[in-house]
Design a protein around this ligand. Structure first.
Ligand code: ADP
Length: 260
C-alpha cells in the first residue's frame, strides 16, 4: 500500500489554499469592476438631465428670457429635466437600499384586486392623455388574497401598467388580468404597443437598460423600473416573466402565493 508522502500532502494543501485565494481575488476584482461600471453608468445618467437643464437656463440667460413665450417654454423644459433628475436619484436610492438589504419588507394580507384597482385609477389620467384604454378583467365573485408587502406590490403593478401605457401607441389598449389557481394569484399586463426585440428581452431587467433610450427619457423613464420590479418580486420568492411580439405588443406576468 502506498501512502502519500508528507511533502506531497503539504503541497496539496498549499495548492488548494492558493486556488481558494485566487477565487477570492477574482470575486473581489469582479466586485470592483461592477462598482466601476455602476458608477460610470450613474454618472452618465445623471449628466443627461443636468446638461439639459443647464442648456435651457443658459439659453435663457443669453437673452431668450426677454421673449415671454420662449421663457415659459424653456423654464418648463428645465423643470422637466430636474424632475427626471429627482426621479432618477429616488429610484437609485430605492435600488441601492434593496440590494444592500436596508429596505425592510412588511408582509400583510390584502386583496390583490384592490391594489390593481387603485393603480389603474391612479394611471387612468395618464392613459387618457394618450387615448389609451385600460381594461381590467377579474372574477367579481372571487377574492384574491395574498400575504405580501402591499406598498411594494403596488409599485410593481404601477411600473408594469405605466410601462404598458408609455410604450403603447396613441389609442392603444392595456389589458390587466387577474386570475387564480389553487396556490397562486396571477397578474398579466398586456399591451398592444410596439413590442420588444427578442435580443433585448433578457436584458430589460438590468439597471439602465433600455431598448430605445431617447423614447424612455422623453417619457420620463429612468431605466430602473424593471430592475426594481425584479428585486421586489425576488423578495417575495416570485419572479417576473415577459413575452413579446414585435409590432404586436408585450405581456408581463407575475404571481404571488394565494392565501387560503
Ligand atoms: P424605463 O424607465 O426606461 O421605462 P424600465 O426598467 O421600466 O425603464 O424598462 C426598461 C426598458 O424596457 C424600457 O426602456 C423599454 O425599452 C422596455 N419596456 C418596458 N416595458 C415595455 C413595454 N410594455 N413595451 C415595450 N417596451 C417596454
Amino acid at each position: 500500500k502506498t501512502s502519500i508522502s508528507p511533502l506531497r500532502k503539504i503541497n496539496k494543501t498549499i495548492n488548494s489554499y492558493a486556488l481558494s485565494k485566487n477565487k477570492e481575488i477574482e470575486t473581489l476584482q469582479k466586485n470592483a469592476e461592477f462598482r466601476r461600471e455602476f458608477i460610470a453608468d450613474i454618472s452618465h445618467e445623471l449628466k443627461t438631465p443636468i446638461f439639459a437643464a443647464q442648456g435651457f437656463i443658459h439659453t435663457l440667460l443669453d437673452g431668450a428670457v426677454d421673449d415671454d413665450e420662449v421663457r415659459y417654454k424653456f423654464l418648463k423644459r428645465a423643470a422637466k429635466s430636474l424632475n427626471s433628475l429627482d426621479k432618477l436619484v429616488q429610484d437609485l436610492l430605492t435600488l441601492n437600499q434593496m440590494e444592500s438589504g436596508v429596505i425592510k419588507f412588511h408582509f400583510e394580507q390584502f386583496d390583490l384586486k384592490d391594489v390593481l384597482l387603485e393603480v389603474i385609477d391612479e394611471l387612468e389620467h395618464k392613459a387618457e392623455k394618450r387615448d389609451v384604454l385600460i381594461r381590467f378583467y377579474y372574477d367579481k365573485e372571487k377574492t384574491f388574497l395574498t400575504s405580501a408587502d402591499r406598498d411594494k406590490i403596488f409599485r410593481v403593478c404601477q411600473n408594469l401598467i405605466s410601462n404598458a401605457i408609455k410604450y403603447n401607441h396613441d389609442g392603444g389598449e392595456v389589458e390587466v388580468r387577474l386570475n387564480s389557481n389553487k396556490n397562486q394569484q396571477i397578474v398579466d399586463v398586456k399591451d398592444n404597443g410596439k413590442g420588444i426585440p427578442p435580443e433585448d428581452l433578457k436584458r430589460i431587467f438590468e439597471r439602465f437598460y433600455r431598448v430605445d433610450k431617447s423614447r424612455s427619457r422623453e417619457k420620463g423613464g429612468t431605466g430602473l423600473g424593471l430592475a426594481i420590479v425584479k428585486h421586489i418580486l425576488e423578495a417575495h420568492k416570485s419572479k417576473i416573466s415577459v413575452s413579446s411580439t414585435l409590432g404586436k405588443g408585450s405581456v408581463f406576468s407575475f404571481s404571488l402565493a394565494a392565501d387560503k
